[in-house]
Design a protein around this ligand. Structure first.
Ligand SMILES: Nc1ncnc2c1ncn2[C@@H]1O[C@H](COP(=O)(O)OP(=O)(O)OP(=O)(O)O)[C@@H](O)[C@H]1O
Length: 264
């Protein structure tokens, strides 16, 4: 069996504020297998974003970090933007409003793959086509405000994968979108992860969405990992009472049947 892409052991993260210590993560251990899609679910404040920021090496300097994050699946430490692509909830935070889409998507390819201007623009065109932006040629010269929220998130995904990352982290990447668009974006992530042989960490508070996409689900509660397992086990026979409560209160059966039922 191939080694895990990343192995997290005993990860603890705390923030100190005027003498008060806020534990964002306590002793979390998770190994991500190369090529798998792992969803992290949990309520607001449970530590999901802190975990994904820790993996990406993007925690703020004041964070007090314990434990280890090893990358046996890579031959060197990863960098956010190169080996790790990140998409956040608000595409506004990853897209620059005054830069043309083509330049923004090409940036990662220029910087990390060493492509020249023309080749990077070709790569940007290919990526915009693959994330299904209508008229991708014209989109290269357009600005973010000319697109809908769902399209902006597709563009942010194109930019995040431009440098061919091994790991794509989608942190509440669909939360600001309506349910149909959410399912379309989840389906797109599913397709891209397979086509590009990436590993996906999908952070969400929406169990229905997670269960349509992920191979495994990890449940966070109050800074701790309370349960992790194959999606069908966690959804149909959860081991922990907390997961059962979460399922009872959060599954929205009115949601579209998710990834299998919508075009990517
Ligand atoms: N930069 C920070 N400074 C201080 N406290 C922080 C910081 N980042 C996170 N925290 C705290 O760590 C805890 C976990 O936050 P985190 O954002 O990881 O949770 P989450 O599960 O992603 O929540 P949400 O779904 O609302 O994004 C919270 O109590 C939060 O207030």
């Amino acid at each position: 069996m191939s080694p895990p892409l990343v192995e997290v052991s005993g990860l603890s993260v705390a923030f100190r504020d005027r003498g008060q210590v806020n534990h964002a993560l306590r002793d979390v251990a998770i190994a991500l297998r190369t090529g798998e899609k792992l969803a992290i679910i949990g309520e607001s404040g449970s530590g999901k974003s802190t975990f994904s920021l820790a993996l990406a090496g993007l925690l703020p300097r004041e964070a007090e970090i314990g434990g280890t994050i090893a990358w046996p699946g890579l031959d060197h430490a990863p960098r956010a933007g190169k080996e790790i692509g990140v998409v956040f909830q608000d595409p506004g935070s990853s897209l620059n409003p005054v830069l043309r889409i083509g330049e923004q998507v090409a940036e990662g390819a220029r910087r990390h793959l060493g492509l020249g201007r023309r080749a990077a623009r070709e790569r940007a065109l290919d990526l915009l086509t693959r994330v299904r932006i209508p008229d991708p040629d014209a989109a290269l010269d357009a600005y973010p405000h000319q697109f809908s929220g769902g399209q902006r998130q597709r563009i942010a995904i194109a930019a995040a994968i431009a440098a061919r990352p091994a790991l794509l982290i989608a942190d509440e990447a669909t939360s600001a979108l309506d349910t149909v668009v959410q399912a379309e974006i989840a389906a797109l992530l599913d397709t891209l992860v397979r086509e590009e042989a990436m590993t996906l960490l999908f952070v969400t508070h929406d169990i229905a969405l997670a269960s349509g996409l992920a191979d495994r689900i990890a449940v966070f509660h109050q800074a701790q990992l309370v349960e992790i397992g194959p999606t069908s086990d966690v959804v149909h026979s959860p081991r922990e009472a907390y997961t059962r409560d979460l399922l009872a209160t959060h599954i929205d059966f009115a949601s579209p049947r998710l990834v299998g039922d919508v075009a990517p």
